[in-house]
Structure formats: C-alpha cells, structure tokens
Ligand binder design. Structure first.
Ligand code: DON
Length: 304
C-alpha cells in the first residue's frame, strides 16, 4: 500500500513540467480548463482510495470512456460478434486517423481509437433502449458516486465540431461496418466522452480491471479471462501511437483521454488515475505520464 506522502511527492516532482504540453483546444469547453491542475488517486483491490493534488476535482474523461463502452459491449454481445467488427492490433496512427479505416475495409484496428470506439458505440446503440442513461447508471454504480453526470456543454460542443468523427463513421458505413444512424450514435459517443469524473472516481470505477473483473461492490462485470484480455488491449493500444513509449516508461495497461486523464492498472493490486490537462504530441497527458512513471519506479511495480 503506497503512503500518501509518496503520492504527494509524485505530484510535486512533475510540477516543473507544467508549461511543456498543450491543453486540448479543438473545442472551447476543453480549452478553458485550468492547465495547472495536477491530481493522482489510487484505489487498492481492498477498496481503499488515496489521493493527492486535485484528485477530487471532476474533469472531462474523454477517451477513457472507451474502456466503459467496451466493457458494456462485452456484457451484451458474444465476443465473436464484437471482434468481427473491430481488431485487436495497435494502430501506430493518431487516435482520430481515417487512413487505416480506408485501407483496411472499414475494420478499425482496435476498440480504443475513435473508429473502434464508434463501432462499439454503434453496437451499444443497437442493443440498448437508452444507451446514454444505461452508461450513466453503470459508471455511477462502478465508482459509488451518484453525482457523476455528463457535461452537456462539452457533448454539444463536440457535436458541433464532429466533422472528423462523422467522416470516420460514414466511411465505415460505406464498408457496411456501421449499422445505426450516424448522428444518433455520435450523440451517444460524445456524451460518453463528456462524463465528468475525478481521479478518485476513476480509480474506484476501474478497480475491476485490477480485481479479475469484480467491481468495488463485489459485482462481476466481465470474466477473469476477459479482464486479462482487456488489460492486454490497454497495454498495446490504450495510449494510441504513444503506447510503446508508455509501456517503456510506465509498464502498465493504461487509457488516456484528451481531457488530460490517464487510468492505469497494476493487476491484482490497484487502479490508478492521474490528471494534468496539458498533452504531448500524441494527445496523452504529459505530466500525467510522468506521474505514472515516477509511481511505477517508486513502487517497483509494472507488468513486465
Ligand atoms: O472523439 C474525440 O476525438 C474526443 N472526444 C476524444 C478523443 C480522446 O480523448 C483521445 N485521447 N487521448
């Protein structure tokens, strides 16, 4: 069990990095976030949460929501139905690239790039009467916080600037790998991305990835094997074209979002969430990655 002092030390060690990255600015609602925020929280499989810095402040989880979407899809579909429509390989391209979608006949490389997450959102839309409501229910229960909500401003703003995601969805539709109404699915996808959660909330919600598929309340979400598989996909694709560098420096399965959050997992032990809004060139939190690197070294823990 890490000491609180270690988490505080990790936060202070990366503070000098502030100013080196760039806050996401493709929508005004994200560009206006205070770039100086720094937070870290861990939750152990015993259910203890510790945090330092701005770890209780909610932020836009963005692509971290793709973990919840895939998990929910695994509870609704046969695995073969999911993997017929999306791959399991790292893309080596930016998270919102169209290039491979065209070259690879509309089958996205993995469920964590935008194309893959849009296919997963399409699957959820097809099987759930009210997918946005269901997602909120699942996430609230996972972290035990009924106040979790969508940020309508962020969701609406994403929808206003949705040309690239719409292009990806329509391109996949042209290959027959997108079944629903593009605008309806985009609305759901942007809402999932707009979930507002703190580092504490996210480290608690993600504990099932460290606990063989079992949540904080003792409920099984996915099987033990599916959890191992999810962690493998996170380790190879969770940080997009920065996945290799992240594996090298941090050595944990992880998922980032352009809001500056990153979740990481030490299987059997703990789920971690860091937050710092300034991003590196790949769209991953710059100081967030550094916090995880320090923590991994100080704990002497990684999966390799
Ligand atoms: O769809 C998008 O492009 C954004 N809502 C989410 C992208 C994202 O978080 C990528 N992560 N680093």
């Amino acid at each position: 069990m890490p000491e609180l002092a270690l988490l505080q030390q990790v936060v202070e060690r990366v503070r000098p990095l502030l100013g080196q990255g760039k806050v996401a600015d493709y929508i005004p609602a994200l560009a206006s976030v205070d770039a100086g925020k720094l937070g870290i929280a861990i939750t152990t499989v015993e259910g203890v949460t510790l945090g330092a810095g701005d770890y209780l402040e909610p932020f836009s989880i963005q692509s971290i929501s793709k973990v919840f979407s895939l998990t929910l899809a695994l509870t609704l579909y046969e695995e073969s139905e999911i993997w017929a429509r999306v791959g399991k390989e790292p893309s080596g391209h930016s998270f919102n690239s169209l290039v491979q979608v065209e070259l690879e006949s509309g089958i996205p490389r993995n469920p964590f790039i935008n194309a893959g997450a849009l296919v997963i959102a399409d699957l959820l839309q097809a099987r759930l009467g009210a997918p946005k409501h269901r997602m909120l229910e699942v996430v609230r229960k996972l972290c035990g916080n009924e106040r979790i909500s969508y940020d309508r401003l962020v969701a609406d703003s994403e929808y206003q600037f949705s040309a690239r995601n719409a292009a990806i969805a329509y391109l996949m539709k042209s290959f027959g790998n997108f079944h629903g109404d593009v605008n309806t699915v985009l609305q759901s996808y942007f809402h999932y991305c707009s979930l507002q959660m703190s580092c504490a909330d996210l480290s608690r919600a993600m504990i099932y990835l460290a606990n063989r598929g079992v949540s904080l309340t003792g409920e099984r979400l996915i099987t033990q094997v599916q959890t191992r598989q999810m962690n493998a996909l996170l380790a190879t694709s969770g940080l997009y074209d920065g996945a290799g560098e992240f594996a090298y420096r941090v050595g944990m399965p992880g998922k980032s979002g352009v809001g500056g959050g990153i979740i990481a997992v030490i299987p059997g032990d703990m789920a971690i969430c860091v937050w710092s809004p300034e991003l590196d060139k790949q769209g991953n939190s710059l100081a967030g990655t550094a916090m995880l690197e320090h923590l991994s070294q100080e704990l002497g823990r990684c999966i390799f």
